[in-house]
Write a protein that binds this ligand. Structure first.
Ligand code: PGA
Length: 254
């Protein structure tokens, strides 16, 4: 079973419209017409349309950083799945550690968003990861298991194969401290095994598990060549087309 590598850029709250368009153009030019891997850009929601105009008709796909799990209605300030597909999104990042920590998102809330994303034909990228304190207390596996079971609550086998998980150790996000390839691969293998128990081993084999946390052109090749690492969710290094392209080019062909 070959899982296609997925490299996604999480721009967080960065860029303005002109910078978003030129960064997207830079990525489109750098990746060419038939990249060996799948590529998605996740700009701030106000710039999704701007980026979509640049990426339309190219192999570069579009993702949002969040959604609100409701149909149209009285939810001031929120954006729903139908709006995201309307502006050209294929992906949506859910439960990023910054949202869990700063906006109080719980696993139950991520699970609601997951179902809304799937119902709206978006591929969810569900983020999980332990803090440094939890890793040092030897709680990594239990924390990840709780997050995955809770965030995927109610997900049926038929739909599970199409989701993406992003393992992002909180201590590695934006810190320059990347997990070693052994540390990352161990958690990815644990996650795949867990998904095999929750669904079936065959379904688990199809689910892509990205690594995130200080991925750079210089460390991408060794991470992406691990058997259970199927891509990268890239923050800081996705803000320069050259660096993001360097990560894409470091991926082994899948
Ligand atoms: P980073 O962020 O690459 O800047 O560490 C990754 C993420 O938060 O998705």
């Amino acid at each position: 079973m070959t899982r296609r590598i997925l490299i996604a850029g999480n721009w967080k709250i960065n860029t303005r419209s002109a910078a978003a368009a030129s960064l997207a153009k830079g990525v489109v030019e750098a990746v060419g017409k038939s990249p060996a891997v799948e590529i998605a850009l996740c700009p701030p929601s106000v710039y999704l349309s701007t980026v979509s105009e640049v990426t339309a008709g190219t192999p570069v796909e579009l993702g949002a950083q969040n959604l609100y799990a409701a149909e149209d209605g009285a939810f001031t300030g929120e954006v729903n799945a139908a709006m995201l597909t309307d502006v050209g999104c294929q992906f949506v990042i859910l439960g990023h550690s910054e949202r869990r920590q700063l906006m109080g998102e719980t696993d139950a809330c991520v699970s609601k968003k997951l179902h809304a994303a799937l119902a709206g034909n978006l591929t969810p990228i569900v983020c999980v990861g332990e803090t440094l304190e939890q890793r040092e207390a030897d709680e990594t596996e239990s924390v990840i298991e709780t997050q995955i079971r809770g965030s995927l609550e109610g997900l049926d086998e038929a739909r599970a194969a199409g989701i993406v998980i992003a393992y992002e150790p909180v201590w590695a996000i934006g810190t320059g401290k990347v997990a070693s390839k052994e540390q990352a691969e161990a958690v990815h293998a644990f996650i795949r095994d867990l998904l095999g128990k929750m669904f079936t081993p065959g379904v688990a084999e199809q689910i892509r598990i990205q690594y995130g946390g200080s991925v750079k052109p210089g460390n991408a090749a060794e991470l992406l060549s691990q058997p259970n690492i199927d891509g990268a969710l890239v923050g800081g290094a996705s803000l320069k087309a050259e660096d993001f392209a360097g990560i894409i080019n470091a991926a082994p062909a899948s």
